[in-house]
Design a protein around this ligand. Sequence first.
Ligand code: ADP
Ligand code: MG
Length: 504
Amino acid sequence: MAEEILRAEHISKRFGGVIALDAVSLSIHKGETCCLVGENGSGKSTMIKIISGVYTPDEGDIYINGHHYKRLTPIEAIREGIQVIYQDFSLFPNLTVAENIAINEQLASGKQSVNWKEIYEIAKEGLAKINVSLPLDAVVETLPTADRQLIAIIKALLAKARIIIMDEPTTALTQREVQALFRVINELKEQGLSILFVSHKLNEVVEIADRTVIFRNGQKVLDQEARGLDIGTMAFCMTGRKLDTSAIVFSEVEEAAAPLLRVENLTLAHGFFDVSFELKPKEVLGITGLLGSGRTELALSLFGVLPADSGRIYIEGNEAKIRSISDAARYGVGYVPEDRVREGLFLEQPIGDNVIVTLIDRLVTKLRLLNSKAKKEEADRWIKQLEVKTPSGELPAKSLSGGNQQRVVLAKWVARSPKILILNGPTVGVDVGSKAEIHELIRNLAGQGMGILLISDDIPELIQTCHRILLMRAGRIVKEFQREEITEQALNAELVASATTNAP
Ligand code: ADP
Ligand code: MG
């Protein structure tokens, strides 16, 4: 095995009565991507803070590049080449890309005057290191999360990183951005850097890990080469239990009911090919597949964002021409995007306004003018119905937790009473408790008669909500699971097969 750069040995850390880490050891080798996996609260972030010198462990030893530390300080960690990409990226939002990349070197040089030529050179060199291009003069706060993350990575590289630690780096990324990040990670690996990738998204781990380490309740329960490690085994290790769906009540889909949605031979170049299926009232139909399988493109197509090139869509038996979002909305199709922060919510706006934004045209016609009392009543009704936990609908959406933000996005669409609701990754980045509640909400919405298309690669989620599941691979539906065929093992086997087939 490659040279060991870091070893944390028998690390224990308590917070009051909570044992966050209980004699846990972790090593990182040169040029590997080590994935650290575990449920919320399992101790992942605590371990990161210990190996980056932010927390001092109660017990244990840290060895980096052969140096032994009982108490590692943040400065020592940085000197040893440990760089953490924090979720806020620690950038200067109102400086440009070039300035952000070059600022550390500029400050370190102690020069009084700004040398613009040098700033641009440093920035260009940094971008070249990971083979990406970004507009050097763009102000950082105007850039999408993914670009800001890349800048943070470049800064880490310029600070002579040997190990780059990323704590849940894909939380706010779209699938395309996740793929771009994975390319960068592989590039870094080629250059001999080590990556500690912390996540609880098993499909991503399958894709990127060389070695996988799993924490559960502050203990390490697995540490092995990633090859051959399937999602089911990982999920089992993370939770220590098998999924139990025996207590779940699924709505009855009537065998004889006419389909709400019928898709025939739908095709979109570079997206998906010859896709056909039906969705009945009260049915939750899962669409799964790995990144790049075409599942999101299909969803966007049905919602009019990426109109299909050929094929037909029928809604309640009538052919529907969906060429734009407003077409889709007119046909009663709602869409909850995977990137709720960027596409689904106005974070600075009040929660209530977020809920009723799609209703405003209707409220206006109904009430002639936007009566603020009616507005508030309507918003409050949905906030209550979807159990958004907030003291007031007047607070900005950004004051909510991830799970509650997701409820607001759902409320916004449910308020329009769509016939067909497309949910893309509805619980991505949501904590376990809220997840279960959102799943119940999905089942209830179906129970009320809606047809739901659930795009997800979260196997437990699919199992707990879907009547049927379609598996996509390279833009085609390759398999259909009926309710009685839906098991973790079966889904795992197929998804893992996809992972191997998709591999370059
Ligand atoms: P993860 O990153 O895997 O979600 P953490 O390392 O953040 O888990 O947390 C592990 C446990 O330690 C949790 O029970 C958490 O509540 C607790 N914990 C973490 N940081 C602190 C802290 N600063 N003060 C008190 N408890 C903490
Ligand atoms: Mg954490």
